[in-house]
Design a protein around this ligand. Structure first.
Ligand code: NAG
Ligand code: NAG
Ligand code: NAG
Ligand code: NAG
Ligand code: NAG
Length: 500
């Protein structure tokens, strides 16, 4: 059997120095205890808009159109331009920038340590950064308007905005470090490679930059989800794996869809087998992605270690042999952890974080094969079918994807060999429980392009707010990141003062 096309989102002080030629010194080892939870009381920012160019790459009259790009900033901890204090920039991804900012506590927590200015830039076509006068209806109307939504335009936006902001602050010598998670992490890494004159280094968290063309196996994504659940219990894995056929068989019988609707507490509106399967599998995918060690509310409110909780529901002896009741129990954790949902609405297409533009990106350059499922997979066996993507994109937008563009523009093949000599100052963080980690950079490439791996980690867990309940491995990851960034900054200040 075959599931309907699903496209998943990919979904950090020093003493102030005077302009004098004394490079600042950093503690050689960052005190992890100072990262102790302050909760999100540090979350604080002002909102600004910048007049951005619609098309950076040609000089047709319509390219000169502009739009208002939103960025958030916090200068509470900034050491100022006289001190060349650093600027930390979050390279926004496919959604409302406030949402990413709220979920990137790490930058707020480390800003005082570095006396850093914080800037969070919204990606064009998302949130409030909508071209065509901010009118989303017009901006999203067709391929002629959506054509300006691309990663290369977004990176050029970031460079333009950062340079202008530094001029305004007379902070041209302040070093910029970029941060990002998921697609934002890909942008951060690519920004360092393409704009080395604008940023001194990048922390790319859970950035699946190798999920293009045929670099990473299309089975990798679902294999990792399978491992996550199978690692909890063999029974949990078997129940989920066996459930798809039962859903299929039940759906075929008369009154079967109604029975399924009742079993899963689905609201009384149209359901199909496909929409139910997507709804259930989405819960497993996103729970694996956000399998954090503490309670969270990123995509949905979830308990700590939600994969474990789902498997507990499935293994619960109270549900006996009733597969649907078990599956309902698991889905209930992802969709109803607050306990406030009276019935599940499969037709709910609300988009609170404004992620809709990703479908266009997935139909043009972000062709990331993840839909393969082998015999062992927790999902029904299926092959990644590029042609299915092409059909979907043609019928939805009238465009054909360019699956080779990302590797042409940013590279990806033989990344170790290429970046060893060419690149520097990038941290690739990956949590191995995250299905996207299979397409991340998992090996150290050089002394300054390093891979930090957390076996127990999920999707950009390092960037989240710290908590007293954080496990030791997570504190260690953050401490290492802080130390590496300190080193980049020290080196930068040293070269700034060297006389050539
Ligand atoms: C695309 O949308 C824009 C803005 O709504 C409109 O002006 C234009 O005519 C549309 N183009 C096509 C080919 O439909
Ligand atoms: C820099 O200052 C100019 C003039 O006030 C302003 O228009 C522009 O938006 C500022 N740039 C940024 C990035 O805020
Ligand atoms: C959501 O959880 C609450 C509390 O556990 C429960 O009463 C309610 O029935 C659940 N909703 C659905 C749709 O199952
Ligand atoms: C990368 O190198 C550091 C030492 O510089 C080491 O601690 C770390 O384990 C290495 N990472 C990987 C993924 O091998
Ligand atoms: C050998 C192989 O798997 N080739 C595939 C590489 O990716 C393209 C799409 O980008 C497929 O069409 C090929 O079949």
């Amino acid at each position: 059997m075959k599931m309907k096309l699903l496209i998943f989102l990919l979904l950090v002080g020093f003493s102030p120095i005077s302009f004098a030629k004394i490079p600042p010194t950093f503690p050689s080892s960052y005190h992890l205890s100072s990262l102790a939870s302050k909760g999100n009381e540090l979350l604080n920012y002002e909102t600004n808009y910048f007049t951005q160019i619609l098309d950076h790459f040609n000089y047709n009259p319509q390219s000169y159109q502009t739009f208002q790009q939103r960025y958030l900033f916090n200068d509470k901890y900034w050491g100022g331009s006289k001190n060349n204090a650093p600027i930390f920039v979050y390279t926004g991804n496919e959604g409302n920038i406030e949402w990413f900012t709220q979920n990137t506590g790490f930058m707020f927590e480390i800003a005082p340590h570095f006396n850093a200015l914080l800037v969070f830039i919204e990606h064009r076509f998302y949130g409030k950064s909508i071209p065509y006068g901010g009118d989303k209806e017009i901006a999203y109307s067709n391929k002629s308007t959506l054509g300006y939504l691309s990663s290369t335009q977004a990176l050029a936006d970031y460079a333009t905005l950062i340079i202008d902001l530094k001029n305004n602050l007379t902070a041209t010598d302040s070093p910029v470090v970029v941060f990002g998670g998921s697609y934002g992490g890909m942008l951060a890494a690519w920004f360092r490679l393409k704009y080395p004159h604008v940023t001194i280094g990048a922390l790319a968290s859970s950035a699946p930059i190798l999920n293009f063309d045929n670099i990473t196996s299309p089975y990798s994504f679902n294999n990792i989800i399978t491992q996550d659940f199978r690692g909890e219990s063999e029974n949990c894995y078997k129940v989920i794996k066996g459930s798809w056929k039962q859903i299929e068989d039940t759906a075929k019988t008369t009154g079967g869809l109604d029975k399924l609707r009742k079993s899963f507490r689905i609201c009384k509106n149209y359901i199909s087998r496909g929409s139910l399967e997507n709804w259930v599998s989405t819960a497993f995918v996103y729970t694996a992605m956000t399998d954090y060690p503490t309670p969270s509310n990123f995509l949905n409110p979830l308990p700590a270690y939600p994969v474990k909780e789902m498997c507990k529901a499935i293994d619960d002896p109270k549900t006996g042999k009733d597969t649907f009741e078990k599956l309902y129990g698991a889905a209930n954790i992802y969709y109803n952890y607050t306990g406030k949902t009276t019935c599940f609405d499969l037709n709910d297409d609300s988009d609170p974080h404004d992620l809709g533009g990703w479908t266009w990106q997935a139909c043009t350059e972000m062709v990331m094969p993840t839909e393969g499922s082998n015999k062992e997979s927790i999902f029904p066996p299926s092959e990644w079918d590029y042609n299915e993507r092409v059909r979907f994109c043609k019928s939805t937008f009238g465009v054909k994807p360019r699956p080779n563009w990302v590797t042409t523009e940013f590279g990806g093949y033989n990344i170790e060999r290429v970046l060893k000599r060419f690149g520097s100052n990038i941290i690739f963080f990956n949590g191995l429980r995250d299905p996207w980690s299979g397409a991340g950079v998992l090996k150290n490439i050089s002394r300054s392009i390093v891979a930090i791996i957390a076996k127990e980690g999920a999707h950009h867990v390092d960037l989240r707010w710290s908590s007293k309940e954080d496990p030791e491995w997570l504190r260690e990851v953050r401490g290492r990141e802080v130390n590496i960034i300190s080193k980049w900054l020290s080196q930068y200040y040293q070269t700034l003062t060297e006389i050539f």
